[in-house]
Design a protein around this ligand. Structure first.
Ligand SMILES: Nc1ncnc2c1ncn2[C@@H]1O[C@H](COP(=O)(O)OP(=O)(O)OP(=O)(O)O)[C@@H](O)[C@H]1O
Ligand SMILES: [Mg+2]
Length: 496
């Protein structure tokens, strides 16, 4: 006999629907799975066999063939176990799986029949909706994540034995309750950063306009401290962004399954490979930049990162998405993130201006190679950070993140009014930037800087966007001279 169920497999961060057909025939007992299964899918045979037997069903001692369609798509992971076991019992005539018509099943089976969580439950529920399915049955632990998808019924089951209820004509499981969205996490506060008023302004401008920020300074000046406080001054994720972030973290299996409106903050170690940073490998996996989507990617000790890793960042930084190519087609992964980077001025960290610096000219030049060139040309704000004074460190804390965030939110509202919902000045197209209202004095200042610093075409456009953000934070409709002057200040280091 023949029976069919549907399930999903993950392809990057997207879910693809799989038809699971099982044929049970008389013949020598054999169980084979066809349709490009990976090792985890092939091993499903052993899990399914044990789970069926341990949940009080009879495993058919006949010739069993399971086919996973479409046949040319590589199937990965154990998420299809549940659908496979249900189709097998349906084909063997042990279970009436008719009530499952229109439903898809997702879940890994333990040998005792427990249904274990899988990666990508939200993406799968959304794909089920897209494919016009009536509903999806997921493992209990995935229920809150999958139920975030609206317009599709989501039920959860804890054990394969619950499928026995199908014989009474009912769809098994409990109705899933969507995860609660945590409104504000306890994040480290910008008030902890003492002194460093220039750096504080840069953090505020970066947060408001979505501009990249590079901090260069000696060890212990507060660079890492400032970077880690960036999420606390960013506005909360919008409803659509919450889903995007939950979909990505669910597919990558990171986090504890809870959902928050705080923006992601990713700080990969400098030994990260190019594939780990931008995505890739075999099978292809999303990289850190995709995990930082809608949030912050912090590259601490920028000069220690390998050249290929940094070079790989150039294109995604400009386009907001990264395309991973492999033998069977290409996939574009989202990666709109704000880049924050920190570096010391030379290998010893003190900088050439400090008489204690003993770095040779060669070593310093090699070290600084990462601080020049194409990547840094794409970073809008470059700030030289110096050691905080004793008075600043002993003094009161700075302004709190709450106060800064309010200004950031107001500025972002102005940008959304000008550019469209959810967009910031850093992402303005050249045409949009050309429409910015700029006073004659400000335009003169930019022309002068262009001459003096021999700016690249890109640098010219980036300064204009930063100036627009500074003006938005000040609530000014036109970009004035003082706004332009401070934007040029933030560019100087990279233009030298
Ligand atoms: N401006 C500051 N305000 C308050 N504390 C500070 C400040 N600067 C440094 N500190 C203290 O020094 C510690 C180290 O600072 P941080 O890690 O930010 O240094 P860094 O600039 O990243 O140095 P490195 O270049 O070595 O990474 C902080 O945890 C904090 O306790
Ligand atoms: Mg540091």
């Amino acid at each position: 006999m023949l029976a069919e169920t549907t399930s999903f497999t993950l392809d990057g961060i997207a879910a693809r629907m799989i038809r699971v057909e099982v044929d049970v025939h008389r013949g020598l007992p054999k169980f084979q799975i066809v349709g490009l299964p990976d090792a985890a899918v092939r091993e499903a045979r052993e899990r399914v066999r044990a789970a069926i037997a341990n949940c009080g069903f009879d495993f058919p001692l006949q010739r069993i063939t399971a086919s996973l369609a479409p046949a040319d798509l590589r199937k990965a992971g154990p998420a299809m176990d549940l659908a496979l076991a249900a189709a097998l019992l349906g084909a063997a005539g042990e279970l009436c799986i008719e009530p499952l018509a229109g439903w898809s099943l997702v879940g890994e089976l333990a040998l005792d029949g427990t249904v274990r969580p899988v990666r990508g439950a939200l993406a799968m529920a959304e794909e089920a909706r897209g494919q016009g399915r009536r509903g999806v049955i997921v493992p209990e632990a995935n229920g809150p994540e999958a139920a975030l998808a609206e317009g599709i019924s989501v039920r959860t089951i804890g054990n394969f034995a619950e499928l026995a209820g199908l014989d009474s004509g009912e769809v098994p499981g409990q109705v899933a309750v969507p995860a609660e969205i945590r409104d504000r996490d306890e994040l480290p506060d910008l008030a902890d950063l003492r002194g460093q008023s220039h750096l504080r302004t840069a953090v505020e401008v970066a947060a408001a306009g979505g501009h990249g920020l590079l901090m260069i300074g000696p060890p212990g000046a507060g660079k890492s401290l400032a970077a880690r406080r960036m999420p606390s001054v960013l506005p909360p994720l919008s409803g659509e962004e919450i889903l995007e972030v939950a979909r990505i973290s669910g597919a990558c299996g990171i986090g504890d399954g809870t959902v928050t409106s705080s923006r992601p903050f990713r700080a990969p170690h400098h030994t990260v490979s190019a594939a780990g940073l931008v995505g890739g490998g075999s099978p292809p996996r999303p990289g850190e930049i995709t995990l930082a989507h809608c949030g912050v990617l912090f590259l601490d000790e920028l000069c220690e990162f390998s050249r290929p890793s940094l070079e790989a960042l150039r294109e995604p930084l400009e386009t907001g998405s990264v395309t991973i190519s492999r033998a069977r087609g290409r996939q574009a992964l989202p990666c709109r993130f704000t880049l924050v980077a920190a570096a010391n001025p030379c290998p010893c960290g003190r900088g050439e201006d400090d008489p204690r610096c003993r770095c040779t000219e060669m070593a310093a030049r090699r070290y600084r190679a990462a601080l020049s060139g194409a990547l840094v040309d794409r970073i809008d704000l470059v700030v030289a950070v110096s050691q905080p004074s004793a008075e600043a460190l002993a003094g009161p804390g700075g302004e709190s993140s709450t106060a800064v965030r309010e200004r950031v939110i107001t500025a972002r509202e102005l940008m959304a009014g000008r550019l469209g919902e959810g967009r910031t000045n850093s992402g303005a197209t050249p045409e949009e930037a050309g429409q910015f209202k700029v006073t004659a004095a400000a335009a003169g200042l930019l022309a002068e800087a262009h001459q003096t610093w021999r700016l690249s075409g890109r640098a010219h456009g980036r300064i204009l966007r930063v100036a627009r953000t500074v003006a938005d934070l000040a609530g000014s409709t036109a970009v004035g001279e003082e706004h332009m002057a401070s934007a040029i200040q933030f560019r100087r280091r990279s233009a030298q």
